[in-house]
Write a protein that binds this ligand. Structure first.
Ligand code: DQA
Length: 147
């Protein structure tokens, strides 16, 4: 099984960006942990980060036919992007939405997600563990998928 791990805008700044909200780990450190877990589970992961909506959409489209699922932190686009939601809907790949912070206990504008209604599930509030739990959940979801 192969998964695409997608990081949205400003997540390349993790480690320096609002550490009180997002923690002190860098995106590379988080990716390393995801890679380790993927090896344990016996699956493959590819990583991509973009600050632009188009970059993320291109990556989602490219995942069709190449990946079995997507683990995505759409960052601020979670709350704004119909285009990313449409891309996820178009490729019909199962995906799990993750957030480092608990978006539901933050500002009102972060409470809604354009992606969540299409996702297998959403995991938020656990920092790096949100990604790790998300990968486990996506993997199990696909393993148990009735054929
Ligand atoms: C985030 C939450 C979003 O509201 C915010 O815009 C981000 C990061 C998170 O991981 O907690 O950039 O997706």
């Amino acid at each position: 099984m192969k998964f695409l791990v997608l990081h949205g805008p400003n997540l390349n700044l993790l480690g320096k960006r609002e550490p009180d909200v997002y923690g002190s780990l860098t995106m590379e450190e988080i990716n390393q942990s995801i890679g380790q877990l993927a090896a344990e589970l016996g699956c493959t992961v590819a990583f991509f980060q973009s600050n632009s909506e188009g970059g993320l959409i291109d990556a989602i489209q490219a995942a069709a036919g190449d990946c079995d699922g997507i683990l995505i932190n759409p960052a601020a686009y979670t709350h704004t992007s119909v285009a990313i939601r449409d891309a996820l809907s178009a490729v019909q790949l199962p995906f799990v939405e993750v957030h480092l912070s608990n978006i539901h206990r933050r500002e009102q504008f972060r409470h809604s997600s354009f992606m969540a209604p299409l996702a297998v599930g959403q995991i938020c509030g656990f920092g790096r563990d949100s990604y790790l739990l998300g990968l486990r959940a996506l993997f199990s979801h696909l393993e148990n998928r009735p054929v």
